[in-house]
Structures are given as structure tokens and as C-alpha cells.
Design a protein around this ligand. Structure first.
Ligand SMILES: [Fe+2]
Length: 384
């Protein structure tokens, strides 16, 4: 959650009357986190927000199930082999998962036909290819490639990709929520001067009042199942809102990378905190400047976490056989590191153009059947 934003009409004080010139009253809707103890947003609807009729859900996506434990190996999934198709919601394809996070990709070819609200977690999308508009009950956000797009749990929204270009998103569904790491906040919640980004880097919703697109159906996901709700009128009927719970976009290239005399661990690239996971951004940067530095990542045993990397663009000097759209999974329990020769060859390098999203998870990640179909079986042995 970010700093307080405000949009549209509000009464002077919360929980008091908001009435239109014609006498019609507006209905308050408090969206609260952590019970009533956490961040919140107060929205004002033209109509009571809790009157939708429950119906069969018109859209859904695959939900991962408990998976058998497999042999302990380094894994590589070639997401480029997944076929594009359908809408952002319906084409969401889970690849790896644990109790805290579901990692999916989607390659939609059309806009969402229904609204969606995720009751199971916050969705952090990374737009790998394409651009478009996220339409939400709190306003619209234009996004483009290399943006993180955050949709808080429970917020009604749909994606409208721009036509004429391939669209590809990586989605992290985080059941424990997504937040700014606490070390980047000062005591009043403002981003610190030494944080790797500033408030101005975040794109907030553009709000223009009620929206009626003719859509009445909202799909809600809760406990892994999908239920539909039909509204009599548009559910995007807000006249105003204020608060700290709202969607935003953040361009990964706005992340300010750290560089040291010698190699810094991934924690320095920590961008967002999730329950049970840390989300890191690797962006182009100069590399280590000690005269005897080895810029390539050292082999390491991060004994408590499973590591996932989504490779976007640039040169991945430490790895061979991976390319844009690759997803690597290096499990805890065995060490991992650079491919043969990469460690030695990095000496003297001045810069890297790598662009990648990394996830360190405390619970083991399991592949889905869709992941097994795109696995590069030779990956583990490629480090010998
Ligand atoms: Fe690693």
C-alpha cells in the first residue's frame, strides 16, 4: 500500500452523509485490510455495493492442486512454448506454486469479458510484452511493457490489452499480500530518501467518476473456486474514494539498482515484500568495481528458500540456455551458481544489461501439469 490518494466526491468527514444535488444519497464502502487494523480505502457508490445476485461464474482459470514431490533438481520452464489465447483472466496459466504464492503466465489476445475480484490474494502482474489499460472500480491505469501492475485483493477490475501487439504477463498471486519492504519506509510510512524508488515512480488510478461499459458480471475467486455475481447496473459506480488501498503500476526500470565494490546479494534488489516471499528486480547497471571483483554471482546455497527467476531481456551472463520468457527454479537443498566458464569470464566486466524478476520463497515451489509440459529436461545437467 502506498500513501493516501483521493479522487472524486467525498463528504468532509468519513461515515457522514454524501448527498447529490438531487437529494440522492451515496453509499459508503470501506475496504479494509488486516481486519480493521490495516490500510483502508473508503469508496462512495451510487448504489449499495452488496446487492449482486450470485450466479454461475462465466470465467475462471486453472488453479494448482497439491503436487507430488519430485526429484531434487534445478529446473527450467520454457514459457515461450505456451500458446497465446483468450482473455487475460482465462489465459492465466499457473506454472509454480506453494501456499503463499502462485506464479502464472498469460498471453491474452483479447480484453477481459467480465470483471474480476480476487478474494484469495493480491495480484502482482509483471507486463513482459504488450501494453494496455487496467480498468478498476477506483479508476484506470495505463500500463506498458516492463511495468509491475498491482491489484489489491477484492478490487473489481478487468484488463484491456492494446490491440496489435503480443501480450504476455507474469502474475504473482500472493495470499499473504504484497507490500513495500519495511526497510524502505520511514516512521510515518513515507518512502525513505534511500529507498530504491520514490512515490513519484508509482502510477496511481486515473478516476473520472462512474463507468458503465455494459458489463454486469463479476467473477470472484475465493478458496480456489470461482463464483459469479450479477449486478443490476454497472459495478463501477463510484463517485469518489480516498485511502491507501488501490491499484498502481511501477516501471521496473524506475528501480534504482545498487552497485558495490564487490557482488551484492539479491536482497539489495528487493523490490516488493510478499507473505513468504521477496520479489526482486534485476535491472541494467554497472557491476562491481573492486579491481579483483568477480561480478558474476557466486555459487551459493540459500538453504531456506526456493529461487525463481523470470528472464526478461538483456544478457544473462551467468546462465546458458535460458532466454526471454524462461523461468528457472533453483530449489533449496542443493547449491546453484553460474554455468561453466561464466564465473571466470565475468572478471573485468563493467556492466550488465540483464533484466529479470526474481522471487525467493520460503516454502518449496511445486510445478503444475502445464509446467511439466514445457520443462527443459536437460537443464540440471547443463551445469556440469
Ligand atoms: Fe541464486
Amino acid at each position: 500500500m502506498l500513501d493516501r490518494a483521493t479522487a472524486g466526491e467525498l463528504p468532509k468527514k468519513h461515515h457522514t452523509i454524501l448527498r447529490e444535488p438531487d437529494g440522492a444519497i451515496r453509499y459508503e464502502h470501506c475496504i479494509t485490510r488486516d481486519g480493521f487494523d490495516g490500510p483502508y480505502t473508503i469508496a462512495y457508490h451510487m448504489r449499495r455495493p452488496h446487492t449482486a445476485k450470485q450466479v454461475h461464474a462465466l470465467e475462471s482459470f486453472a488453479v494448482p492442486e497439491a503436487a507430488p514431490v519430485r526429484a531434487l533438481r534445478r529446473r527450467h520452464y520454457e514459457a515461450k512454448r505456451l500458446e497465446p489465447g483468450t482473455t487475460p483472466l482465462a489465459s492465466r496459466t499457473p506454472i509454480l506454486h506453494n501456499r503463499d504464492v502462485v506464479v502464472s503466465t498469460s498471453k491474452p489476445t483479447a480484453a477481459d469479458r467480465v470483471y474480476f475480484a480476487n478474494g484469495d490474494g493480491d495480484d502482482l502482474h509483471f507486463v513482459f510484452r504488450g501494453s494496455g489499460m487496467l480498468r478498476t472500480m477506483l479508476g484506470d491505469i495505463r500500463y506498458r511493457a516492463y511495468d509491475y501492475v498491482f491489484v489489491p485483493r477484492g478490487i473489481i477490475h478487468r484488463f484491456v490489452p492494446d490491440e496489435g501487439e503480443p501480450h504476455w504477463m507474469l502474475t504473482l498471486e500472493c495470499t499473504g499480500g504484497v507490500s513495500i519492504p519495511k526497510q524502505w519506509r520511514n516512521p510515518i510510512g513515507q518512502l525513505r530518501m534511500d529507498a530504491p524508488y520514490c512515490h513519484r515512480d508509482f502510477v496511481r488510478p486515473s478516476f473520472g467518476g462512474p463507468v458503465d461499459e455494459g458489463l454486469r458480471h463479476v467473477v470472484v475467486k475465493r478458496q480456489g473456486r470461482f463464483d459469479g455475481f450479477d449486478y443490476d447496473e454497472s459495478p463501477l459506480d463510484l463517485v469518489g474514494w480516498d485511502g491507501t488501498v488501490y491499484p498502481w503500476a511501477f516501471p521496473i526500470l524506475a528501480f534504482q539498482p545498487r552497485v558495490s565494490s564487490v557482488h551484492l546479494p539479491p536482497t539489495w534488489h528487493g523490490t516488493f515484500a510478499a507473505g513468504g516471499a521477496l520479489i526482486c528486480s534485476f535491472v541494467p547497471r554497472p557491476v562491481d568495481f573492486h579491481p579483483e571483483a568477480i561480478p558474476c554471482p557466486y555459487p551459493h546455497s540459500s538453504v531456506d528458500v526456493d529461487e525463481l527467476i523470470f528472464y526478461c531481456d538483456g544478457n544473462f551472463t551467468s546462465r546458458r540456455g535460458v532466454g526471454p520468457g524462461s523461468i528457472s527454479h533453483h530449489p533449496a537443498g542443493i547449491p546453484h551458481g553460474p554455468h561453466p566458464g561464466a564465473y571466470e569470464n565475468s572478471i573485468g566486466a563493467k556492466a550488465t544489461t540483464e533484466l529479470a524478476v526474481m522471487l525467493d520463497c520460503y516454502l518449496p515451489l511445486h510445478p503444475t501439469p502445464e509446467a511439466l509440459a514445457i520443462e527443459d529436461a536437460a537443464y540440471h545437467e547443463s551445469f556440469r
